[in-house]
Design a protein around this ligand. Structure first.
Ligand SMILES: [Zn+2]
Length: 414
């Protein structure tokens, strides 16, 4: 067998029984009795009795500015809280990630629970959270401060309830998620531990991602000699090349099904030329290309390159093709049918979370785990609106519901 094919069949064989390999089987681990157990009752009661403290800390944490690359202050806060919550081995690693362990038994699983500390607001150094009834408003209030609060209070609630895990949990507050999952990527590359599961917290409650969406777009530029309109007869026109290429790009066959091969392409920007009485010397368009499947992503990239080169040859213009070749779309075979996704969906149904969406199109830190062949899932942190904008909003009740979601999942994984 060719090496590639060998690796692939190895992956299929191991992943088909990923649940069994992990000792979890392939059925949901959730039953309504789990939610009524003394442990679950105790952690839920603890959260409710600390409702004001949860909200106040959420506001406090959000008001510590933490743009990507400048997470140190927030990291110091998280480190203190991990320590006082009773996690072990709490430290900040070489990449600025905060790590805290909750050690279980030797035969337990190694499980990462992660939320990112950074925000997209590079120039915002003054943050003031506004509260209106059930809604908090501030840049970063949801993405991803709400997840950090989920994580912190889950630990505190479980500690308070006297939880003694079989599994070992690595609680991570990471850096650089918004600039390509950098902190998480560095952590997993540097660690000598091997992990069985990754649980990432990001996005809206009810959205469940078990696969990694790849991004393979970029920019195409056509160049020609240019000419005044009066001398333009027969002169190759980069604007025409853009038009022709875009028309042909939209004829590339893109799969909508199965979801594991879902692919989309959008031309969001075009431009070219400087004045209306001359032939453009340089024209460009952008391509936003996303796919759940690496092979599909590569195939569509090849077709885009082919089309653009053909158009350039036909018209006699030069072409520069700049597409992201480092794209990483990954799927764990049968992840949708794994015990992990089934358990999460049962928990969401039990909690009456509306509008549940489950897909392999994730763009969160779970992607890094999936890329490394670790069964990983991303869970939502609360309901919110206007993410990545200064008027971002997040719902308080949604946060408490999300905390129940993650706590029930941790209890089920025992
Ligand atoms: Zn995020």
């Amino acid at each position: 067998m060719e090496k590639r094919a060998r690796i692939f069949s190895f992956l299929v064989i191991t992943m088909v029984c990923v649940g069994s390999v992990l000792g979890y089987g392939d059925k949901s681990l959730f039953t309504p009795e789990t939610a009524k157990s003394p442990l679950a009752r105790s952690v839920f009661a603890f959260l409710e009795s600390n409702r004001d403290q949860v909200i106040n800390e959420w506001i406090h944490l959000t008001e510590i500015p933490s743009p990507s690359g400048h997470e140190a202050k927030r990291a110091a806060y998280m480190q203190d809280q991990f320590r006082s919550a009773g996690l072990e081995g709490v430290h900040i690693d070489a990449f600025g990630n905060v790590i805290g362990l909750w050690k279980g038994e030797p035969l337990g699983k190694n499980i990462i629970v992660t939320a990112h500390m950074d925000t997209v607001f590079q120039d915002v150094w003054e943050i003031k959270v506004k509260r209106e009834a059930n809604v908090l408003k501030a840049p970063g209030i949801g993405d991803d401060s709400a997840s950090l609060i989920n994580l912190l209070w889950s630990v505190r609630a479980l500690k308070h309830a006297g939880f003694q895990p079989k599994n070992t949990y690595y609680f991570l507050a990471t850096t650089g998620e918004e600039v390509g999952f950098v902190g998480m990527d560095n952590f997993l590359n540097a660690t000598e531990e091997s992990f069985d599961l990754v649980l990432a917290l990001d996005g809206d409650l009810g959205k469940v991602h078990y696969g990694a969406l790849g991004f393979g777009g970029g920019r195409i530029t056509f160049r020609g000699p240019g000419a005044h309109t009066m001398q333009s007869r027969g002169v190759p026109n980069p604007n025409l090349a853009v038009a022709l290429a875009i028309d042909r790009l939209y004829n590339i066959h893109l799969l909508a099904e199965p979801l594991e091969k879902w692919t989309i392409l959008n031309i969001g920007l075009i431009g070219g030329g400087k004045v209306r009485n001359a032939v453009s010397q340089e024209s460009f368009f952008s391509v936003d290309l996303r796919s759940a499947d690496q092979e599909e992503l590569k195939r569509v990239q090849r077709e885009i390159k082919h089309i653009c080169r053909d158009v350039a040859t036909e018209l006699g213009v030069d072409v520069e093709i700049d597409l992201n070749d480092d794209s990483k779309a990954y799927q764990i075979p049968n992840a949708r049918e794994s015990f992990l996704v089934k358990t999460v969906l049962d928990i969401l149904a039990y909690l009456n979370v509306a509008d549940v969406e489950v897909d392999p199109l994730g763009s969160t830190e779970a992607n890094v785990g999936i890329e490394k062949g670790i069964l990983s899932v991303n869970l939502g942190r609360t309901y919110g609106r206007y993410k990545h904008s200064l008027r971002e909003e997040a719902d308080i009740d949604g946060l408490f519901l999300a905390m129940k979601q993650i706590l029930l999942l941790l209890i089920c994984l025992e």
